[in-house]
Design a protein around this ligand. Structure first.
Ligand code: ZN
Length: 149
């Protein structure tokens, strides 16, 4: 990765950390789950409003490090208006992106690709994937909080 690109990626991550998008509770939600990453102390609650198999709205609440917060913010932007099949594909594509899993057909991840650099830092992968695992739990109506450990 060139230095310029890395700088740009860090700028996007920092921007989403400083000004998270879609932050705050969503009172009229159809799904909700909590996640915790004890390794770093990140906590996140993800709210979704799904109608007719489409994500009409998605918000998150919580406190975390720059990566966890930026990842949750970027995730909410990426999910709005998506069908549940598209959400599943994004989840798998994002997971492959940050863990460098071979053989995954990656969908167009758009801005989510700014987080690709975390794959070099295994402890940070949990920060980056926390919101996504919590999203998954919410969609499966799991009531137990998710832990990355
Ligand atoms: Zn973290």
């Amino acid at each position: 990765m060139s230095g310029d690109l890395r700088d740009l990626y860090q700028e996007v991550i920092f921007d989403h950390y400083k000004r998270p998008r879609n932050q705050g509770a969503l009172t009229e939600h159809s799904h909700r789950a909590e996640g915790h990453n004890p390794l770093c102390g990140d906590r996140v609650t993800v709210y979704l409003k799904v109608e007719d198999g489409v994500v009409r709205d998605v918000r998150f609440e919580g406190a975390g490090c720059a990566i966890a917060t930026a990842s949750a913010s970027l995730m909410t932007e990426a999910l709005k208006g998506r069908t549940l099949d598209e959400v599943e594909a994004l989840f798998r594509g994002f997971h492959a992106l940050v863990t460098d899993a071979p053989g995954e057909a990656a969908p167009d991840l758009g801005k989510l690709e700014v987080l690709a650099g975390v794959r070099e830092f295994p402890a940070r992968v949990k920060c980056a994937t926390l919101a996504w695992h919590t999203l998954n739990a919410a969609l499966r109506n799991r009531t137990q909080p998710v832990s990355t450990e």
